[in-house]
Design a protein around this ligand. Structure first.
Ligand code: PGA
Length: 254
């Protein structure tokens, strides 16, 4: 099914097991009527994916992904989940390079690149997360850091694969902190990312790659962030755990 923008994505991180997932969808779906002009994607913990799919069965506007994967398709890798297994379980998307993977688990750029390729090979659409730390922003290196993060993954990828990606700009200093990039800062970085994509795949293909903003998106700032130039959607952490709040964020998109 084609991806419609705006894209409203919820990254649950390590929250909501199967029973809480059921309760979440009961409340959320009642508040979020089906619409054909947006895409809602949830990233539940892997063990809650089946419950989420069941709870949202019949709602083709609600889609699912995994928060992480291992780059090998199968094998003796205790504790890991591969892209083909995630796809088979009903995931259509995969977050790659989330700042918590990079900063809490020490994921390197080459690892993020391998995960991105593994996702594409298994027909999962990767959402590549990029973003600078506060120190990098204060040092005036925000653009350079994001350029490097993009290059580490996109260099060497065929144009068709780049065209299949989604990008999420998530400034590390805004994740879970209550700090948000201003709509101008978000627009500026999204423009920078779009320019990089244009150089790689040309105007037409680059215009179709959704670029999401993430970092303390809440019901009261969602509309202005979604309205910022070049922002095609949002990736929401904390506020996506509360059915009322996430439904309000979705409503802010229209
Ligand atoms: P936050 O998280 O909305 O809680 O800041 C965003 C994310 O990590 O994707």
């Amino acid at each position: 099914m084609p991806l419609r923008t705006p894209i409203l994505a919820g990254n649950w991180k390590m929250h909501l097991g199967p029973s809480d997932t059921e309760a979440f969808f009961e409340a959320f779906l009642a508040r979020h009527p089906e619409r054909g002009d947006a895409t809602v994607i949830f990233f539940p913990p892997s063990l809650s994916l089946a419950a989420a799919l069941r709870a949202a069965a019949g709602r083709s506007d609600v889609r699912f992904g995994v928060q992480n994967l291992y780059h090998e398709p199968a094998g003796a890798f205790t504790g890991e989940v591969s892209a083909p297994i995630a796809r088979d379980a009903g995931a259509e998307f995969a977050l790659v390079g989330h700042s918590e993977r990079r900063h809490v688990f020490g994921e390197t750029v080459p690892e993020t690149a391998r995960k991105t390729r593994a996702a594409l090979e298994a027909d999962l659409l990767p959402i590549l997360c990029v973003g600078e730390t506060l120190v990098e922003r204060r040092d005036g290196r925000a653009h350079a850091v994001v350029t490097d993060q993009l290059a580490g993954v996109l260099d060497g990828l065929p144009q068709a694969d780049i065209g299949a990606l989604l990008i999420a700009y998530e400034p590390v200093w805004a994740i879970g902190t209550g700090e948000t990039a201003s709509p101008q800062d978000a627009a500026d970085m999204h423009h920078h990312i779009r320019t990089d994509l244009v150089r790689r795949v040309g105007d037409e293909a680059a215009a179709k790659i959704p670029i999401l903003y993430g970092g303390s998106v809440k019901p009261d700032n969602a509309a202005e962030l979604l309205g910022a130039d070049q922002v095609d959607g949002v990736l929401v952490g904390g506020a996506s755990l509360k059915p009322h709040d996430f439904a309000a964020i979705c409503a802010a998109a229209y």
